[in-house]
Design a protein around this ligand. Structure first.
Ligand code: GDP
Length: 300
């Protein structure tokens, strides 16, 4: 928990401290205060829609409790934020009958390879047999990077040559996972956005092949988003979820960014649960997302 708290320092500075400033030194609760609150929320990457919802809820809370003192707004705000974020922890799906197949998607640079490496590490720590698949055959560097992680963590990797068919990699990986009795198969995919149509077609094809070779798979399609991109993360979520059935989100780089407020927008505006958060570059810096802990780390 202390590591989480430490990693959220930047977000705490912009989000919590600026919001506190809105509530302090006021004579009363007026329209200007609500406008300032909305502005601070939007600046903290909470998103326009969520900022408006949140302010509206605070306004109603104030009315319902007949609050006059601005100093009490902090507690009301925190309660409403907790309400919007919910208290649900969404774990990564598992397959009780064999290998759990996890397809990992996202734009280049968001931290896809790192997240796969950290997940492999976590599963291995739990005593699980892990297999990686280098499905981004478009970039030789992507295959190399994944191999570095496989070596570092000490797990096997299925890879083909650069330029090979990613569908063939997925096919081999699913069969290898079965025959080697792996518990978890983590499949990397390409993330070049310069030709969005091609990429989405490729992802759909990989998804189709996985499902054909193992009915019920992939058990998880994890979309990796970079918190430092703020509202862009939301547009990426929309693009990817139109192409494949995204079942969970991993939000990376929450450490060292002031844009951590974007998680509020993702939680409230997307129908896909945030399952993991990345809070640093170390192997153990990937955590299940627990909204209660997250808010406590921001405020505590
Ligand atoms: P990919 O292109 O999506 O596979 O991205 P990479 O996994 O190569 O990551 C891009 C950069 O982001 C690397 O320098 C990673 O170390 C860094 N990175 C990934 N996740 C995190 C995180 O949670 N926190 C921080 N600070 N850096 C991260």
């Amino acid at each position: 928990f202390s590591r989480l708290k430490e990693s959220l320092a930047k977000t705490r500075e912009t989000f919590v401290e600026k919001i506190d400033q809105v509530f302090t030194g006021r004579k009363g609760i007026d329209e200007e205060l609500y406008e300032d609150l909305e502005e601070v929320l939007i600046q903290a990457d909470v998103g326009v829609q969520t900022a408006m919802t949140l302010v509206e809820r605070v306004r109603k809370g104030v009315k319902a409790r007949n609050v006059q003192d601005p100093a009490r707004l902090k507690d009301i705000f925190q309660e409403e934020l907790e309400y919007l974020m919910g208290d649900k922890i969404s774990p990564i799906n598992t397959n009780p009958d064999g290998p759990t197949v996890i397809m990992v998607v996202g734009v280049n640079g968001v931290g896809k390879t790192t997240t796969i490496g950290k997940m492999a590490h976590n599963y291995k720590e739990q005593g699980k047999k892990v297999l990686l698949a280098a499905g981004d055959t478009f970039r030789a560097a992507a295959i190399d990077q994944l191999e570095i992680w496989a070596d570092r963590v000490g797990v096997d990797i299925i890879k083909h040559q650069e330029g090979a068919d990613p569908g063939a990699v997925a096919y081999d990986a699913v069969h290898a996972a079965r025959s080697r009795k792996a518990d978890v198969l983590l499949i990397d995919t390409a993330g070049r956005l310069h030709n969005k149509g091609h990429l989405m077609e490729e992802l759909r094809k990989v998804h189709r092949i996985i499902a054909r070779e193992m009915p019920g798979a992939p058990h998880e399609v994890l979309l990796v988003l970079d918190a430092t991109t703020g509202q862009n993360a939301l547009s990426q979520a929309k693009i990817f979820s139109e192409a494949v059935n995204v079942t969970g989100i991993a939000l990376t780089k929450l450490d060292g960014t002031a844009k951590g407020g974007v998680i509020t927008a993702i939680v409230t505006e997307m129908a896909i649960p945030v399952k993991l958060i990345g809070i640093g570059e170390r192997m153990d810096d990937l955590r299940p997302f627990n909204p209660k802990d997250f808010i406590a780390a921001l405020y505590g």
